[in-house]
Design a protein around this ligand. Structure first.
Ligand code: ADP
Length: 482
């Protein structure tokens, strides 16, 4: 089965969050499950630079008249066949894929990402005479127009199944309505039964309305987004499509996240031989200027610093964490107010709190390897990957019971310890008090050394690889095509 995966990011070439990790791992897992996957990506500089054995497949004129090239080759870092849209006027920019260096959204994002969906639909409609996908699977709002273009495109009577995965409903790609006229879609598409959202143009709605099937990245989040509380104004549409909406839990790329083979950490370890973890902890404490103490719980936080991630709760309990003798390591970038607040705490307590503002993949690995607890107190969390990286590296996650965090973390309550299902710490109310109580539970377990080691070993031994999720996607594709 030929499957085209469409996304704006892909690990290890371009990553701002979990989307890239999934876009990099899923094609490989699907190929291993018998699919023939190709990816379609915008021609951002690192992606074009990684494209090998490439050639121009064709030149195209976008609906708004812009001339672009479509290149074809193999991504050297992943060994995956790829199509890349070569449009330097749109993609060769400083900043992130979405924002300029001043953190302002690029003024023409509607064109930059409409092009991605439009080219995906052209490929589905036979643009490459040697390779035509049976399934087009697009990810997040950046690729969401794929389904709309397909719905109105010349599929020549051939069935092409479209799947749209929501990685985060809060980022919707909403633009002024005037931009609809650039897209080359029929006017009927700009209606409440289409791309229109409170008078604006919504890319997210294109995916939710026109895709044959919607997935999201955990079963709990699939239910949550159908409620007014978490539906971001789209819960009505999602409820109306409840039978074509499912949650498939993300997984871990165990080739990248494996403390036994990870070259970025100072000492290797695994569930059976965890001794290297203590070396990783000491090395990080030393490197960051924290007090080098083996027996104090070291908490880690690797996160975008945004309101979603529940970080004000962490700031609210930080005094207690420090007073109890614990330590906190933070790596993140995002809202200036959060960056400043964490930096101020690190300046006030340099032996207990370390904060690095920025994006640093290797430092993230070292934090998971060194820490005892990974904090993920998100207000909402579609799936969350860092709690799973915490499992793999023996850093027990402490999480808010929401979305994919609820689907992956089992609290160390006594009954769960007795059942041998506990693998972390979970709190329910989104309050500093609830987080503080979970933190105290973590402390209590940490002081019972052998129980801590048992839970940690079990957490590390969980099977978190992509084969299960890949099988679920393959079953979905087959069902849609049958
Ligand atoms: P989200 O996609 O909402 O950001 P996820 O938990 O799904 O959250 O994925 C976050 C990914 O980004 C993880 O791979 C995490 O390790 C990584 N990450 C987040 N912030 C940073 C950072 N500052 N430096 C390095 N990696 C980061």
């Amino acid at each position: 089965m030929k499957v085209l995966q469409v996304s704006a990011e892909i690990f290890p070439l371009l990553k701002t969050g979990g989307l890239a990790d999934i876009a990099g791992a899923l094609p490989i897992a699907l190929n291993a499950s018998g699919c023939a996957v190709r990816v379609l990506l915008p021609g951002f500089a690192p992606i074009l630079a990684d494209l090998q054995s490439d050639s121009v497949l064709t030149e195209l004129t976008a609906p708004w008249g812009e001339r672009v090239q479509l290149r074809q080759g193999v991504l050297g870092s992943l060994g995956i066949a790829a199509y890349v849209i070569d449009a330097p006027d749109l993609y060769a920019r400083a900043g992130t894929p979405y924002e300029d260096a001043q953190r302002q959204a690029h003024h023409d994002n509607h064109l930059r990402f409409a092009l991605l969906g439009w080219v995906a639909a052209q490929l589905a409609c036979g643009l490459d005479s040697h390779w035509r996908p049976a399934v087009v699977h697009s990810h997040d709002w950046h690729a969401a127009l794929t389904s709309a273009y397909l719905a109105f495109g010349p599929t020549q009577g051939r069935r092409v199944a479209s799947v749209y995965t929501v990685h985060n409903l809060a980022y919707q790609g909403v633009f002024a309505p005037i931009h609809f006229f650039d897209l080359g879609l029929p006017t009927q598409a700009f209606s409440v039964n289409g791309l229109e959202f409170h008078g604006q143009l919504s890319f997210m709605k294109a995916g939710l309305y026109y895709a044959d099937h919607i997935t999201t990245v955990s079963p709990t989040y699939a239910r949550e987004i159908q409620t007014p509380e978490q539906g971001c104004g789209l819960d009505g549409l999602l409820r109306s499509r409840a039978h074509e909406l499912s949650g498939i839990l993300n997984a871990v790329d165990e080739a990248v996240w494996n403390p036994a083979t990870d070259a970025t950490i100072p000492a290797a370890f695994d569930a059976k031989k965890p001794a290297g973890k203590a070396l990783c902890k000491a090395a990080l404490q030393q490197q960051l200027g924290l007090a080098v103490k083996p027996d104090v719980p070291l908490f880690g936080l690797v996160s975008r610093l945004t309101e979603q991630k529940g970080l004000y709760l962490v700031l609210a309990v930080l005094d207690e964490l420090i007073a109890r003798g614990g330590q906190l390591v933070v790596l993140g970038t995002g809202d200036a107010a959060l960056e400043d607040a964490f930096l101020a705490r690190a300046a006030a307590h340099p032996q207990a709190v370390s904060v690095r503002i920025g994006y640093d993949e290797a430092h993230a690995h070292r934090i998971f390897a060194a820490t005892d607890v990974t904090l993920v107190p998100s207000r909402f969390e579609p799936c969350g990957l860092t709690q799973m990286y915490g499992f793999k590296y023996g850093s027990l996650p402490l999480v808010h019971r929401v979305g994919g965090l609820a689907d992956t973390v089992v609290d160390c309550a006594l009954e769960n310890l007795a059942d041998e299902t506990a693998n972390g710490f979970v709190f329910d109310a989104f309050t500093p008090e609830a987080l503080a109580r979970a933190m105290r539970r973590a402390w209590a377990l940490y002081e019972r050394k052998s129980e801590w080691r048992n839970v940690r070993q079990r957490a590390m031994q969980q099977s978190l690889g992509w084969n299960k999720a890949a099988a679920q996607y393959v079953a979905l594709y087959h069902r849609l095509l049958s």
